[in-house]
Design a protein around this ligand. Sequence first.
Ligand code: IPE
Ligand code: IPE
Ligand code: MG
Length: 225
Amino acid sequence: MIPVHIAIIMDGNGRWAKKRALPRVFGHKQGVKTVKKIVKAASNLGIKVLTLYAFSTENWKRPQSEINLLFSLLMKFIKKELKELNDFDIRLRILGDLSKFPENIKNEIDRVCEITSKNTGFELNIALNYGARQELIRAFEEMSKQGIKKPTEEIVSSFLYTNGQPDPDLLIRTSGEFRISNFLLWQIAYSEIYITNKLWPDFTQQDLEAAISEFQKRERRFGGI
Ligand code: IPE
Ligand code: IPE
Ligand code: MG
């Protein structure tokens, strides 16, 4: 079975640049190129939802210059790819707290999400200023506001940014790091995890296919025997 939902912790941009004695910026620029390739590859392979971790709530600890660059790359991507998103029937959703973002950035993101909201071929989630713990706190607050005292799993799921989407079948992390880094803690309860040493800028469609074929060999038991 082809996984319905794949989530990726795109890691290793900085190390990719370092290996080439280049500033980290170059790794991020190359990383955006990989994003474009992998979105197309995933949609061609029949995957329905792709979630990409682009900026965590902890990434604010980075130098301001790197943060600015990451946002400007992201905005460029969202603006420039709008036509392609529509051509490929891709719906864009942002997972994360955009409330403190500058008004112009927020408006632009909302606009693209709105324009692509009728696309049904493929769902692209970009996790931006995203932290799974923050996502859960937000859900609890929202449930309490609505007077929900006995939440079920379905109710909690419906208050997450991924509301309405199936949980990831497969979680991929690049650059060989064995950790979750505050990503989708609730949603990955039963995801298969695949870690590759490839750095994100070097990740290719073949690497994605390798991850999927490894996934297909796994026996998912969901607690059964
Ligand atoms: C992943 O690459 C991209 C983001 C977290 C935005 P890194 O920037 O974390 O690259 P490394 O881990 O330093 O190599
Ligand atoms: C995880 O990568 C976050 C993103 C890919 C956006 P990091 O590079 O920030 O994670 P740590 O610091 O290695 O845990
Ligand atoms: Mg990293």
